[in-house]
Design a protein around this ligand. Structure first.
Ligand code: FES
Length: 190
């Protein structure tokens, strides 16, 4: 029997195992397209070792959207935050899983990645809000404070976000703190 979607997309859509709002999660993220009306919400649970122990999602979208979110959650569940490398490769990894992706469907993949990124950013914000250190926590993946980044920047050892990552790993996990690191570096140059 023929199917409406290409094989891998159909398989992930029909056998979606991570769909549904979980009872327990640490943070959630949402992404949507006003063009086609799809929205995807991703829920993450992170254990004490910084491992994404559970990643679930809900989507009101088509088979492509569900398959992209399903693939994204399967790809990152079980990984450590610090091994996600700012999700730089998630989009291309999803494309590899789904097979050739027509231009008209690229937004389905982008929305899934954006929802994951948003969930990890919220996780970072929650962790930062809980931080009991004396100065603000900037990188919650690696517990790096504002003071540490300021002093690396002021010492001249670090001029870029990448330098900071090399020296103390801040910014090399989920990547959601990179914008703050950049601001601290720029602030120090003023
Ligand atoms: S908060 Fe995740 S890399 Fe900094």
């Amino acid at each position: 029997m023929g199917t409406f979607y290409p094989g891998p997309v159909n398989e992930l859509w029909r056998r979606a195992s991570r769909i549904g709002r979980p009872a327990e999660f640490d943070s959630k993220g949402t992404a949507a397209s006003f063009e086609c009306g799809v929205s995807v919400r991703v829920f993450v649970l992170v254990d004490e070792k910084g491992v994404l122990s559970s990643v679930r999602y809900v989507s009101n979208g088509c088979g492509w959207s569900v398959a992209a979110a399903e693939a994204a959650t399967r790809l990152i569940e079980g990984k450590r935050l610090r091994d996600l490398h700012a999700l730089d490769e998630l989009e291309s990894d999803i494309c590899t899983v789904l097979g050739p992706v027509p231009d008209s469907r690229e937004s389905c993949i982008a929305i899934a990645v954006e929802a994951v990124r948003d969930a990890l950013a919220e996780y970072r914000r929650v962790r930062a809000a809980e931080w009991k250190g004396e100065t603000a926590l900037i990188c919650s993946c690696f517990g790096v404070s504002e003071e540490t980044i300021e002093s690396l920047s002021a010492s001249g050892e670090a001029e870029t976000v990448e330098d900071i990552g090399d020296l103390c790993r801040a910014g090399t996990g989920c990547g959601s703190c990179q914008i703050l690191i950049r601001e601290i570096i720029l602030e120090g140059l003023r």
